[in-house]
Design a binder for this molecule. Sequence first.
Ligand SMILES: Cc1ncc(COP(=O)(O)O)c(C=O)c1O
Length: 345
Amino acid sequence: MKILDMRSDTTTHPTPQMRRAIFEAEVGDDGHSEDPTVNRLQQMAADMLGKEAGLLTPSGSMGNLLGVMSNSSPGDEVLLGSEAHILWFEMGGATTVAGTLLRALPNDEQGNIAVADLEAALRQNHTHSRNISMLCLENTHNRCGGAAISAENTSALADVAHKNNLKVHIDGARLFNAAVVQGVPANELTKSVDTVSICLSKGLGAPVGSVLCGSKETIEKARRWRKMIGGGMRQAGVIAAAGIVALETMIERLADDHKNAKRLAQGLSQIKGVTIDLNKVKTNMLRFAVADSALAGLLNKQLLEKGIKFGPGGNSFRVVTHWMIDDADVDYILEHTASIMKELS
Ligand SMILES: Cc1ncc(COP(=O)(O)O)c(C=O)c1O
């Protein structure tokens, strides 16, 4: 039985082309910046995002942490959205490792932060208060259902931040989903910010890796911090090789994931007992609910028997589409979800 693992796009396996590239990768000691494949990936990512330089990290969390460490000093305050991945799911690294204080500004349902809220927070940046050194944004926004943030909203916030001497970082774990759904090049979404971390291991399907991009000076700083926190690697070309294939072959097809998420959402909305807000389905994520957690538990159990893995939580499920889920899988999922729900009602 084919397992349809839709708990996240992090469950994706490397494509056959990635596996071949890993096998054939030319490598060197990245501790001396001598791995040609790593160097190529880093420059490629930097070029795509309109930045001078890039740095391969083992994870998106490390990319974000290095973004914070390179744009702030211990004791500084870092502003970020109340639903930010950095705040919720990165083990407090920005506080425990980077020594910064995190202050959350409200994220609206679309993942945006209001310029007025940023301005209000900055008015408190005076000689008696701690230094506010940076603003972290997120695009697409995970806890806001994969919402894509526009270049205009990003620039509006970045302009205010820069006028107040703050640096701006984007957690771009799924930045290419945001670019594809808005029909803009990725560098349009990053042109107004200082650093951005992209993940190769989410919807792009690579087995591991993220790239932090920014100015040469900032990335040099990040390289030293990366060494300090144990993220320095050696023949990492085997990782980078899959990342290059990810950037070359897996971006445009994200549109298929978005289309499948919409079709799945529409189909689910037709099933009696399912509640879903179709307006919230923007990229490759959706969330739907059933009456209560007991019913959700039963549904989950029976879906698992059919090889369908959604992300359960209380009376709702998170579902993420990715390259290992095709049109026929969407039909299969809808058919079985409908028949199980009918049986359970
Ligand atoms: C928005 C966002 N940022 C950062 C990360 C962290 O990536 P990693 O799991 O590679 O540390 C994730 C992971 O799912 C994410 O969704």
